[in-house]
Design a protein around this ligand. Structure first.
Ligand code: G3P
Length: 217
């Protein structure tokens, strides 16, 4: 499973990128707002920093303006994935932009039927939002599984980009089900390294080591 980082915080991206675990970055209007920076400046910087796809989201709701915005954000780097919402106009824009050779990430996907349409419209990525389904007492992971089954039934090449990931359990489950990509906030990715038995074991080893009076260096 590929790891995308869901943030527009360039310091956080840099730290994870140094570890070699960043396969791409996703942003959205809320994350751009949180960064306090201009979308063009911050997306261009991120696209320069990472080798993989960097999703930049359009904000128009009509087809023509959405395509125009897509062309604008695509100029910010060679690795830009144009993000469009899973609306009828978004699907039309996806078809146009993917037909022109752009990577397209169709976002705000909440049903298997929506994901089926995104694949038919030539999406590079479809982004089902796990956490937001869990928020309304549905099971976001069921959706990932349904899309995996449907795409595999027909050999669709659209990549399932598990989004709205809120916990380390979401990461495990997305990987187990076979999501192609998971995009998660930096703190969730860092928490994947944590385990209380690791901490406990390390503490005991260090206490015993101190008793030996030895030094490796
Ligand atoms: O990738 C989409 C993601 O940013 C949405 O996450 O936590 O706002 O539902 P969240």
């Amino acid at each position: 499973m590929k790891f995308f980082v869901d943030t527009a915080d360039t310091d956080a991206i840099h730290e994870l990128n140094e570890l070699g675990i960043v396969d791409g970055v996703t942003t959205n209007p809320s994350l751009i707002h949180k960064s306090g920076r201009g979308i063009k400046e911050v997306i261009a910087q991120i696209a320069e920093m990472v080798d993989g796809p960097v999703s930049a989201e359009t904000v128009a709701t009509d087809f023509e303006t959405m395509v125009h915005e897509g062309h604008e954000v695509a100029k910010l780097g060679e690795n830009i994935a144009i993000k469009v919402p899973l609306t009828w106009n978004g699907l039309k824009a996806c078809k146009r932009l993917s037909g022109e050779g752009h990577m397209v990430n169709v976002t705000l996907c909440f049903s298997a039927n929506q994901a089926l349409l995104a694949a038919k419209a030539g999406a590079t990525f479809v982004s089902p939002f796990i956490g937001r389904l869990d928020d309304i007492n549905l099971d976001g992971m069921d959706l990932i599984g349904d899309i995996r089954d449907i795409y595999d039934n027909y050999g669709f090449e659209t990549q399932i980009l598990a989004a709205s990931i809120r916990s380390v359990n979401h990461m495990t489950e997305a990987a187990r089900i076979g999501a192609d990509v998971a995009t998660a906030p930096p703190d969730v990715i860092k928490k994947m390294a944590e385990h209380p038995l690791t901490d406990k074991g390390l503490k005991a080893f260090l206490e015993d080591w101190a008793k030996t009076g030895q030094s490796i260096l």
